[in-house]
Design a protein around this ligand. Sequence first.
Ligand code: HEC
Ligand code: HEC
Length: 290
Amino acid sequence: MKNSLKYSTVFLLLFLTTPEYLYSQSGDQLFLSNCRACHTVGGGKLVGPDLKDVTTRRTEQWLLSFIKSSQTLINSGDKDAVALFNEYNKVQMPDQNLSEAQIKDILAYITKESQSASTTNVVDKGESIKHPVIGKSLAEANRDDINTGKEYFEGTIRFANGGPSCISCHNVDHADMISGGLFAIDLTLTVSRLGPTGVHAMITNPGFPAMKTSFQNNSITPEEAFYLTAFLMKANSDSEFGVVKNSSGFLFNTGLMGSAFLFIVFGGIWWDRKRKSVNHDIFKRQIKSK
Ligand code: HEC
Ligand code: HEC
């Protein structure tokens, strides 16, 4: 609890000081640091659509509004935006804290990339790709890997670059785990939403402002992302098969029993006070002095 308070403060400070530092980046750098976690250009679908030729499929005005704040456009009832949002399982594209000039730079980069990108170069969304650092695929993750991921998630093991533990913002329902922060979306079923590679991409290169600011100077290493993803895959499948023992229920119940116990003990110790309250004495005195 104390930790999450501390992190929210740190996060707030970071958040207030970041936008400046994006300003000197070019279109391809901006794309890499803001969009690549979710999009490719000609590399296939990731969390969001492949952006190859998007600048010819959509008008510039539409692209500017969508990229700046997709939810604003969707809520305004724009048909194309709503259709796209539904097609992508209502996964929200985060609002981008970018100037119009920066978005135009990104669009120019996408246009340029679209010309050279071939559509055959499709990203394998599967969990069968060997992880470059770990040397095995997510599908091969074993119990130790999953447990390491859980410990990273909870903050039992610190991240090499010192980022905040995931549990300070996110909850995951998993056996023997205390409930996590409510600040951000519950991650129990996130693998069903984004796919294992989408989750992995999101962790190594987070797209949401709140998460991004927490990790841009403390990036999660590829190994850490592997373990975290393995853990989230396990939590996801357990909960789909209904294996989850809800430990937040356990915490709540012990809390309840604990406070009931204290009420009884203190009620006993200060029984007198409860029966004849201070007010009661004052009340009697007042009546007497009448
Ligand atoms: C966290 C993931 C995420 C990030 C980061 C992200 N997007 Fe998206 N984007 C999506 C999703 C998901 C959609 C599909 C629409 C929806 O669900 O709202 C989308 C849709 C789009 C579309 C519409 C595509 C089409 O086929 O019409 C464009 C354009 C786009 N994004 C551009 C960008 C740009 C540029 C950036 C970086 C500045 C970016 N996105 C960052 C997830 C993301
Ligand atoms: C400072 C708070 C914060 C921390 C710490 C944090 N996140 Fe996030 N995360 C967010 C926010 C905010 C979102 C955007 C979704 C939302 O609005 O809740 C998000 C989104 C995500 C998503 C996309 C979820 C989806 O289904 O759309 C994943 C996956 C994720 N975080 C994983 C992690 C992991 C793993 C860690 C630990 C390494 C972590 N996060 C740490 C705030 C945080």
